[in-house]
Design a protein around this ligand. Sequence first.
Ligand code: AMP
Length: 294
Amino acid sequence: MKIIRDIYEMQDFSKKIHANDPHKKISFVPTMGFLHEGHCSLMRLAKQQSNYLVVSIFVNPTQFNNLEDLQQYPRNEEKDIQVCQNENVDVVFLPTVAQVYPPREKYAKDKLVLDYPKLTSQLCGKFRPGHFSGVLWIVHNLLLWVQPDIAFFGLKDYQQFILIRQMVFDLSLPVKVYGGKLIRQDNGLALSSRNSRLSEHGRKSALQISQSLFAVKEKIEKENINKEQAMQFWQNFIAKLKVEYANIYHPITLQPLDSQSYLSQRKDGYLLAMAAYVEDIRLIDNILVQDTLF
Ligand code: AMP
């Protein structure tokens, strides 16, 4: 397994592979590290569909809304490299902040803002101004440095997945984008690097997030209720949590559905998604109910 820290070395590596044999496929899983089964499931999907698997680990400062959150983001490079080794990763790409965001001596300080105002007006985008511009910028650039044929993103970050898929389409980037299913613990808790910061008690409280999602989904399926009724049930279920948002959205436009909408009759399906703070740690989870759009 190769470890590459330099952006241009990464680019050369991929260029050489493509030049030597145009049929060889490079797959790519971008991450912020502190790897868990959610990341590993993407790596396994990617490995199956390619000859070379590149995993990047980069905690991207421009997608954090405050310095404290960035500083407290869990990191363990040594262990992550070991995880990659076990998953038969071919290249771990560890770019440095200094090279990704160099001083701009000869350039204006103005910032390129990649944004989809409507798609980011709801869900996480509504509460994290600038977050997705940071995500889109770094993913765009990582795609140029790694030059993969296929890139894999988790549906755990559903809004992120939709935005990246849209950017790749609109900018005509030469890469296929795949979404990997959300991976949970046996008890239902969505895996996240941020879970490592929860206490035992916090983990129990956090369980209410996934439990509420499953309960609402079941109620919708069993009782054929409309959104207003589903929301009432859901809000009661999560009354004790510090909820940032919890709503039911259109899976492609990401706009909240109409309160009179009968959910199980919708041909486009629906997305149940929420964010909540547990012990001041922001957790997100969702359930996507649809089987025709992707
Ligand atoms: P992160 O390191 O949190 O930025 O995540 C890197 C990639 O792994 C993103 O595409 C995430 O959506 C994905 N990911 C993180 N957690 C999970 C999970 N529990 N299930 C599936 N994919 C995940």
